[in-house]
Ligand binder design. Sequence first.
Ligand SMILES: CC(C)(COP(=O)(O)OP(=O)(O)OC[C@H]1O[C@@H](n2cnc3c(N)ncnc32)[C@H](O)[C@@H]1OP(=O)(O)O)[C@@H](O)C(=O)NCCC(=O)NCCS
Length: 214
Amino acid sequence: MGRILVVSRQGPDGHHGRGVLVATPTAAATDLASCCRDTAVSVTGRTEPISTNRLVLTPLRVEDAGEMYAVLADPELYEYTGGEAPSLERLSEIYRAQTSGSPTDGETWHNWVLRDIETGTALGFVQATVTGTTADVAWVVGVPWQRKGLAREAAIAMCAWLRGSGVVGLTAHIHPDHSASAAVAASAGLEETDALDPDGERVWRWPAPTLPIA
Ligand SMILES: CC(C)(COP(=O)(O)OP(=O)(O)OC[C@H]1O[C@@H](n2cnc3c(N)ncnc32)[C@H](O)[C@@H]1OP(=O)(O)O)[C@@H](O)C(=O)NCCC(=O)NCCS
């Protein structure tokens, strides 16, 4: 898996990367539903703020690195994704790349910082890499804020926003033993598939793969 995290397949030099928190440019992301590419759907290029009951998802800014550096500093976050906590300098570099957008034609990067809707405190992030009309999604919640349903809340809101923006297929790549992330994916409507990606992560997908008719 990309050996620097910040959950994603978005690399600082504009390439895809494996894994999670801040991805290094390595393997290409799974690309599903390419059959839908030519449909007349307008997938938005602009990342918009999204509000939920307890959170506001704010489009990532380079200046968020200062706050997010602390959120991402806990080694526990990297248990299933690999990688390590980025330095402030590295995180700033990554955020500069992520806010500049993908250099790849037909690909759009969306990154949101999760903030407490009352206090504005940064507590995690969610991310989507849109290719054509499909999106690969990922989520991270800082350790002090975990197990409160916040990842579920953020993922549901992000996936609804993506669907409302014209996305017709979602994927997530989740370590087979990562039950918390699997629960988040299921909440957002994704279903586990039999497929493992080249890094051994399970591919989750919405809509669910169609079963052959017996
Ligand atoms: C995965 C992650 C985002 C979940 O965040 P969270 O805010 O704690 O998740 P939620 O509170 O919405 O809980 C989702 C489900 O996971 C369960 N869960 C949360 N943390 C768990 C843990 N450490 N062990 C077991 N289950 C856990 C919750 O109980 C809930 O399931 P339930 O509703 O059936 O009880 C968080 O653990 C994280 O950021 N991990 C590190 C980064 C990462 O691995 N991201 C995913 C990459 S695919």
